[in-house]
Ligand binder design. Structure first.
Ligand code: GLA
Length: 385
């Protein structure tokens, strides 16, 4: 069961003896297709899921932010004056967002509150971006800053890049901030134009957590980014977004074989993502599924960011009759896969694939059917009966 507005208000009431002034939520995401394309200024098609980071809060007058994390059972605080990075775990995300908003010229009000979440960490469902967007939403609410989803996503990405030190693209923050309920979001990562795209009728999206983890800060992600930049430079384009498969093949001799395969993944994935959005608009779940399968193969063979556990999960998902397509999702190397399944068969899919995976690998999986939810929201923090 996902957390609700009331759960947060109740927790705040328990800690502070009053209802919160605001409750904010920012969702995690699962990416349907368009992987490792965002930092190549390409296309992505994620959806915000019904797992989120929540904050119940009220303003303070002393430029201090004081937060109790229910999940970590830790109380931490920082001053908005003279912010400095340190190694303070989850608090660094809040400090990074405060820093970036201050740098952007916003005059921030302090606040105190409770922080809760049900986005599994390190699973590739963007718990970090959700925490950043929830923090931005909290500051916007108490500091009376108008909510501009794209601007706030860009600022939060800057916090992640420069404060936390992870060179992520824009996908996670933007979908957490700008998603529309019931839709995936086609994002053009160059123009930052977003287009809500409905899920095909009669389908369900299932998240399949392999129970294996690998941190994003790991060098592999940054190394892939560099290989893409090298390829773009050699080909004389601003970003790999500007290269088609035909152009790439014609220029193959100028790239070493590994860089060529990295670039081929990006070129073909961009084309698949645009086609997937078209297929969704037509309600063509079979084509969408095929494109997801092809995306997985490309990530496995050309981009080399999959893992044995992910490959096994995807194979087992594909073997179920209700499955239209499946692939790894997020940065890779561990974490989650995503499957598009027939809604009527979703329960059986979850019941069958989970145990089969556990038996095959010994890892403890978690599978759930997810709902496409709204991006970051703020509501007055009243308990509703
Ligand atoms: C992580 C990053 C995103 C994106 C994906 C891969 O989730 O945060 O920006 O690059 O990996 O598609």
């Amino acid at each position: 069961m996902s957390l609700t507005w009331n759960d947060i208000a109740r927790e705040f009431l328990r800690c502070f003896g009053q209802e919160p002034v605001w409750v904010v939520r920012a969702p995690g995401r699962v990416n349907l297709i368009g992987e490792h394309t965002d930092y190549n200024e390409g296309f992505v098609l994620p959806l915000a899921i019904d797992r989120a980071i929540w904050i119940g809060l009220r303003p303070r007058q002393d430029r201090t932010v004081a937060v109790y994390s229910v999940d970590f059972q830790q109380q931490k605080e920082f001053s908005l004056e003279g912010l400095q990075p340190s190694q303070d775990g989850w608090l660094e995300y809040l400090k990074g967002v405060a820093w970036v908003l201050g740098e952007a010229g916003y005059r921030l009000t302090g606040w105190e509150g409770v922080l809760m979440g049900d986005v599994p960490q390190g699973a590739g469902l963007s718990s970090s971006a959700a925490l950043e967007m929830a923090t931005a939403r909290a500051f916007a609410a108490v500091s009376e800053i108008a909510w501009d989803p794209v601007r706030m996503a860009l600022l939060s990405q800057k916090a992640e890049n420069q404060w936390v030190g992870v060179q992520c693209g824009i996908m996670d923050q933007l979908v957490s901030s700008a998603a529309q309920a019931g839709h995936a979001l086609l994002i053009d990562c160059r123009s930052l134009h977003t287009k809500p795209t409905p899920l095909p009728e009669g389908t369900a999206v299932v998240v399949l957590d392999t129970g294996t983890r690998r941190g994003l800060v790991d060098s592999a992600y940054n190394q892939r980014r560099q290989q893409c930049e090298t390829a773009a430079k050699t080909l004389g384009v601003r970003a790999l977004r500007d290269v088609t498969l035909q152009q790439l093949e014609a220029a193959a001799g100028r790239l070493d074989p590994v860089t060529f395969r990295r670039a081929r993944h990006v070129a073909t994935e961009n084309a698949r993502t645009l086609e997937a959005a078209e297929a969704m608009r037509r309600g063509d779940k079979h084509r969408l599924g095929q494109l997801m399968d092809a995306s997985h193969q490309s990530l496995r063979d050309d981009y080399e960011v999959s893992s044995e556990a992910l490959n096994r999960m995807v194979e087992l998902a594909r073997a179920h009759p209700a499955c239209y397509g499946a692939r790894m999702t997020g940065a890779g190397f561990g974490g989650c896969a995503v499957a598009l399944v027939d809604a009527a068969g979703a329960e059986d899919f979850v019941r069958t694939v989970g145990p089969a995976y556990q038996q095959a690998t010994g890892h403890q999986p978690a599978l759930y059917v997810c709902r496409a939810t709204q991006g970051a929201e703020a509501r007055p923090g009243r308990l509703i009966d």
